[in-house]
Design a protein around this ligand. Structure first.
Ligand code: LMR
Length: 398
């Protein structure tokens, strides 16, 4: 039976990670996968995480099963982090949350949940979107369609086309929207665009699915959730998938959450039992470690303050490099306008260079970025920014 298998293409992001690892060029630069790196090119464990892990080691007294919803303290913290301390959907018991193996796990659980609620739902995603969104939803058996989002010409949002597309989406379908730090383009909805999005969702009756994998990497924890909070104030129901991979640096611990907001607490209870039954049929219950680390951090004023500080450091370093890329390219004599880089948010920038140039940067200079020209800015540091700028200038000029 196995000999009948056909080979499949490697994932465009994780495949690039493997290629980078195998490259022997000492000057290689990794701008591929969305992982934060410091000035030394290292993805360090956050100090707040180290302290929380020490506490966990001391306090943990059982390895018994955690339950299908995962760690309830974590779930309550993550709801407050996303919606704000006293959001009306929380006060009215309209939210049910399960912690999941990573943000990807949250998306898969969300997809299975949507299928239970409406097996014929189509899920609409932005053009472009995270490389794994489409295959993940299709693998769960959902139909996937795209709505206009990024404008490759103006390097901004195609907002009028986007709103026109959204205005044609029927009730019963689901629309995925990135809460902040759009992956891959870095172009986010402004608040006025969130208001228009919300008005259309209400009028058309489709259900929003907010993917929030980068809360705190754009402008700040509350600022990055402002669109989500407004949406939750104004629509009867939505799904939220969040991740602690980036903002807590817990990538390999696989910790995320899926939250379902329903029109009232009665529906929330029915959603809760369905959510748990979906989880049971996939992986039974999530691993505990990452959730308990996050709970320990958010339970403690001191560790929360340390986390805020470490998160701000990561965010500020990336933002500093946005300007530095523009300055260094100009210093190399590049006359093309790259000012759009400072209008983008989060871990990524779309450089807007073509496929041949991207391939040449990899083959000749060992500079790795995703084929869409998405660069993970944290891969740059003072030791490689000049090499990067010179190499990009070389491929742009020839
Ligand atoms: C990315 O987009 O690079 C990250 O979300 C990592 C991944 O799993 O693709």
């Amino acid at each position: 039976m196995f000999s009948q298998l056909q080979t499949v293409a490697t994932d465009p992001i994780l495949g690039l990670m493997a290629e980078y690892k195998a490259d022997l060029n000492p000057n290689k630069v990794d701008l591929g996968v969305g992982v934060y790196k410091d000035e030394q090119g290292h993805t360090a464990v956050l100090k707040c995480v180290k302290e929380a892990e020490a506490l966990r080691l001391k306090q943990e007294d059982s390895k018994t099963y955690i339950g299908m919803a995962g760690d309830l303290t974590f779930n309550s913290h993550i709801e407050k982090l996303a919606f704000g301390q006293a959001h009306q959907v929380l006060l009215a018991n309209r939210v049910t949350t399960a912690h999941t193996p990573g943000g990807t796990g949250a998306l898969r659980v969300a997809a299975e949940f949507i299928k239970r609620a409406n097996p014929s739902a189509t899920i609409w995603v932005t053009t472009p979107t995270w490389a794994n969104h489409i295959s993940l939803f299709q693998a769960a058996g959902l139909k996937v369609k795209e709505y206009a989002y990024y404008d490759y010409e103006t390097k901004g949002l195609q907002s009028e086309q986007m709103f026109a597309d959204l205005n044609n989406i029927p009730a019963g379908d689901v629309v995925l929207v990135h809460a902040c730090c759009h992956n891959p383009s870095g172009m986010d909805l402004n608040f006025e665009q969130w208001q228009r999005f919300t008005a259309i969702a209400r009028e058309r009756g489709f259900t929003p699915l907010v993917d929030m994998a980068y809360q705190g990497f754009g402008t700040g924890l509350d600022e990055d959730a402002a669109g989500l909070r407004y949406l939750a104030d104004n629509v009867p129901e939505l799904l939220l998938c969040s991740s602690c991979s980036k903002n807590f640096g817990l990538y390999r611990e696989r910790i995320g959450a899926v939250s379902i907001v329903t029109e009232n607490s009665k529906v929330a209870e029915i959603a809760r039992v369905n959510l748990l039954s979906v989880v049971r049929s996939i992986y039974s219950m999530p691993p505990a470690h990452g959730a308990i680390i996050v709970s320990h951090i958010l339970d403690s004023k001191e560790l929360t303050a340390l986390w805020h500080q470490e998160l701000a450091e990561m965010r500020n370093r990336i933002n500093d490099y946005r300007q530095l890329i523009i300055d260094k390219l100009a210093a190399e004599g590049v006359t093309d306008d790259f000012s759009f880089i400072t209008r983008q948010h989060g871990m990524f920038s779309f450089l807007g260079i073509n496929r041949a140039q991207i391939d040449r940067l990899k083959a000749e200079f060992s500079i790795y970025m995703v084929g869409s020209s998405r660069v993970s800015i944290a891969g740059l540091n003072h030791s490689n920014i000049d090499y990067f700028a010179k190499s990009v200038a070389t491929v742009l000029k020839s």
